[in-house]
Write a protein that binds this ligand. Structure first.
Ligand SMILES: [Zn+2]
Length: 356
């Protein structure tokens, strides 16, 4: 156990304040329907029952900035809250959304939005390419949204098989794009509904097309998936992700967020920047340990068997063998042979034995 490293993780998971029926509460941030904590079990062959998943208002981040998430215990890839988190800014100027959920949940997301605003859907910004964040793009484009994203995200969508061989619906491909420049600089600033919203493209971290979204008046940043507090870190290397880039992303948040800025991950619970430090320390620790074993000539299987995440397992919500093996494998691959990003994707070498 390394309590000094672990302690920042724990409050991150515990900081949720549960309150009663949504829509009645004053003050913020408030978790209205908090994500679940598990543990969750799914039988072999389990299929997500999309029709049973509800879209819920899970947090009120400001009087006109809410976040929505699917119900717990049904989506095996995100058991604490189905799909990805959607942030919704609303008011007289229209609706701005960060991410659009899985395609199966897009119309339910709109239905939930319509319980608190009738304003037209104007702007969508995608935090990264994964289907739980972009799957509803075409649906919301048809509602009138202009879709913004980093150029790399658009390239990832158009560059199969970086996107798991799925041909994109052309209506869901972002039309307004921008590139990563200097760390922390907004590429787009939108003034609407009394907010100033910055789209800040990120270095390759969770993917090579990541964007964080800062709501200046509300003092909130949607930080997407380079940080997570349910399961172990996930860098999608085929889409340009990088474990080392995730450390850079955390360092950038430490610079641009204030001590009280509410950070909204794509999954899990809300945090502030001090909560990222334990996660950062774990990334640094695991990188060093995998490097050391690799230098000793250990194979990936031997490194996986060494259970390097052991000190963190008891305090990691959503800890599963699959989650930690994926994490360790990514670290191993990044240290061993790591091609650079071309058009948003990284052609990862295929390992003998079929694992990639
Ligand atoms: Zn996600």
């Amino acid at each position: 156990m390394k309590p000094r490293l672990l302690s920042p993780w724990v409050p991150a998971a515990m900081c949720v304040v549960s309150v009663g029926a949504w829509g009645q509460e004053r003050g913020y941030p408030i978790t209205v329907v908090p994500p679940g904590k598990g543990p969750y079990q799914f039988a072999p062959g389990y299929q997500t029952p999309w029709d049973k998943i509800e879209m819920l208002v899970t947090e009120k981040l400001s009087p006109n900035l809410y976040s929505l998430h699917g119900s717990a215990g049904l989506d095996p890839t995100h058991p604490d809250a189905a799909g990805g988190r959607v942030a919704v800014l609303f008011g007289a100027d229209g609706v701005l959304m960060v991410d659009t959920q899985d395609p199966q949940l897009a119309s339910k997301t709109l239905d939930r939005i319509r319980t608190f605003t009738t304003a037209p859907i104007k702007v969508v910004v995608n935090s990264h390419i994964h289907p739980d964040h972009t799957g509803g793009n075409a649906f919301f484009a048809k509602q009138g949204a202009l879709i913004f994203a980093q150029e790399n995200l658009r390239d990832e969508m158009l560059n199969l098989p970086g996107n798991a061989g799925r041909a994109p619906d052309p209506a869901g491909v972002p039309t307004m794009t921008y590139r990563y420049g200097s760390p922390g600089s907004p590429a787009v600033t939108i003034h609407m509904d009394g907010e100033t919203v910055d789209f800040i493209p990120m270095m390759p971290s969770h993917t090579a097309g990541d964007t964080i979204v800062r709501f200046n008046t509300a003092n909130v940043i949607y930080i997407e998936d380079f940080y997570r507090n349910f399961g172990y870190p996930f860098a999608d290397q085929a889409n340009g992700g990088s474990i080392r880039g995730m450390i850079e992303a955390i360092d950038l948040i430490e610079k641009i967020a204030g001590p009280d800025t509410t950070l909204v991950p794509g999954h899990g619970t809300l945090v502030t920047k001090k909560d990222l430090l334990g996660y950062r320390a774990m990334l640094v620790d695991i990188l060093a340990k995998v490097q050391k074993l690799g230098d000793q000539g250990k194979s990936l299987d031997e490194i996986l068997a060494a259970n390097l995440t052991g000190p963190y397992d008891s305090t990691t919500l959503g800890d599963t063998k699959q989650s930690k093996d994926r994490f360790i494998t990514e670290v191993y691959d990044e240290l061993k042979d790591f091609p650079s990003v071309v058009n948003g994707v990284r052609k990862m070498p295929r390992r003998a034995g079929g694992k990639q």
